[in-house]
Design a protein. Structure first.
Length: 90
């Protein structure tokens, strides 16, 4: 049902945006552990079989867009002297 799909996608998108907001806030505070926690919670939204393939793809792309900020955060930490092994151990 199209309405049900729209509601499911809207709920998942809202959750992704919320987790992304907190992830970015943690990155602004240089809190790697918290940033990773919110990124993990955001990725949990992809653990669903309720969405149609098209809606799942839309959600996937939204998550991927937000994870680019985390990637840039990792690159900044690395440029500032944080060892990759330290990032991995988190």
């Amino acid at each position: 049902d199209g309405d049900e799909q729209r509601v499911l996608l809207d709920q998942s998108t809202k959750s992704v945006k919320e987790q992304a907001f907190y992830m970015k806030r943690a990155m602004d505070q240089n809190d790697l552990k918290e940033a990773l926690k919110f990124a993990k919670d955001m990725l949990k939204e992809l653990k669903t079989s309720s969405l149609t393939p098209r809606n799942y793809y839309d959600l996937y792309m939204k998550v991927l867009d937000e994870l680019r900020y985390l990637e840039e955060f990792f690159m900044t930490l690395q440029r500032n002297g944080t060892a990759v092994s330290e990032l991995y151990e988190q």
